[in-house]
Design a protein around this ligand. Structure first.
Ligand code: SF4
Length: 351
């Protein structure tokens, strides 16, 4: 649904019509910083206006996330409870059996999730493990849900294999700016991440990539991370913006954190740079007030994770989310598959 409104020229100079919004891939850092610097009300107005040009402003896509292999990861991501290098409360678990994954996916579907995301704590999957995950992907796909997985780095051949298996989305976050990256992770490079994203994109799988705020990075780092995402040859279809949930035992436990208004500003700028992407309000929602979450939706966030656990950290209770949706007049977006089925059903009825 496309909404147009008077005065558009004065909000977005140079763009005669919202329907013609140009998807840019050449953002300069000064432009992004200037957006972050806007008065809060102006920034949110601009973001919400553009959001309405591309999405139903009262619909939120809902995903559910399951950890299919927990802990004992060889990487050293400074925020992560699952790294074997840190002493945290996480109990390592082997790869789940397919039956357990199907059970969790049908419970998530019953609660309204349209996409089921599966995360494994690996540097990269072996080909053998990849085949086991593909069984899960096929089973969840067969239930009429969209599938997303996050397994670490992929080779070109592995991305192709996942594409052939019908995977909808692959998540691989950039995490932060290239400049701040070394403060967070040393066991893989920023370039490694870009390579995996390129393999996923070239294989024809939808890309889910975003980052984490509140790790001690500067506003410029946040701008640079958004610049890297927006200047990819094609914008990620899904852009998760996480707020660090500090985990005791990890190096970033004492990180400075981020002011919620600054977090909301970053969401708004993500919306402005990537108008057709789903911007997902991800980790950190449990620490936010309902009012802060409402402002995130106003700023253009239109996707959330639903369910009490986000891999190993807490997420708001599903009942609390339902109540918040009711209070804000938001509805959950149906999966593409169920929308197609519904359309076919109504065609049959009218035939
Ligand atoms: S974020 Fe992923 S790759 Fe990094 S330590 Fe955690 S599980 Fe491993």
């Amino acid at each position: 649904m496309i909404f147009n409104m008077p005065g558009f020229e004065s909000i977005f100079p140079g763009q005669a019509d919202m329907n013609d919004t140009i998807l840019r891939h050449d953002w300069r850092i000064e432009e992004i910083e200037a957006l972050l610097d806007l008065p809060f009300n102006d920034l949110l107005f601009r973001a919400q206006t553009l959001h309405r040009a591309h999405f139903d402003p009262n619909q939120v896509q809902v995903s559910s996330l399951l950890s299919i292999k927990t802990g004992a990861c060889s990487e050293d991501c400074g925020y992560c409870s699952q790294s074997a290098k840190y002493n945290t409360d996480v109990e390592p678990e082997r790869l789940l059996p397919v039956g357990e994954v199907i059970e969790a996916a049908s419970a998530a579907k019953a609660k309204g999730a349209s996409r089921f995301c599966m995360g494994a704590a690996w540097r990269n999957p072996t080909d053998k493990n990849l085949e086991r995950v593909i069984e899960m992907v096929e089973a969840v796909h067969g239930m009429g849900m969209e599938t997303c997985i996050t397994l670490g780095m992929l080779t070109e051949a592995q991305a192709q294999r996942l594409s052939e298996a019908g995977l909808d989305y692959y998540n691989h976050n950039l995490d932060t700016s290239p400049e701040f990256y070394g403060e967070v992770i040393t066991t893989r490079t920023f370039e490694d991440r870009l390579d995996t994203l390129a393999h996923v994109r070239n294989a024809g799988i939808n890309v889910c990539s975003g980052g984490i705020l509140g790790m001690g990075e500067s506003r410029r780092d946040r701008a640079r991370m958004l610049q890297e995402l927006a200047n990819l040859p094609r914008h990620p279809e899904s852009v998760p913006i996480n707020m660090l949930v500090p985990v005791e035992g990890t190096p970033l436990y004492d990180a400075e954190g981020i002011d919620h208004l600054e977090f909301i500003r970053t969401i708004a700028v993500a919306r402005l740079l990537m108008p057709e992407s789903y911007v997902r309000l991800s980790a950190g929602r449990a620490e936010m007030s309902d009012e802060a979450q409402a402002l995130c939706f106003l700023a253009g966030a239109n996707s959330i994770f639903y369910g009490e656990r986000l891999l190993t950290t807490d997420n708001p209770e599903t009942d609390a989310d339902r109540q918040l949706f009711n209070r804000l007049g938001l509805t959950m977006e149906a999966s593409v598959e169920s929308m197609v089925k519904a359309a076919k059903g109504s065609c049959r009825k009218s035939a």
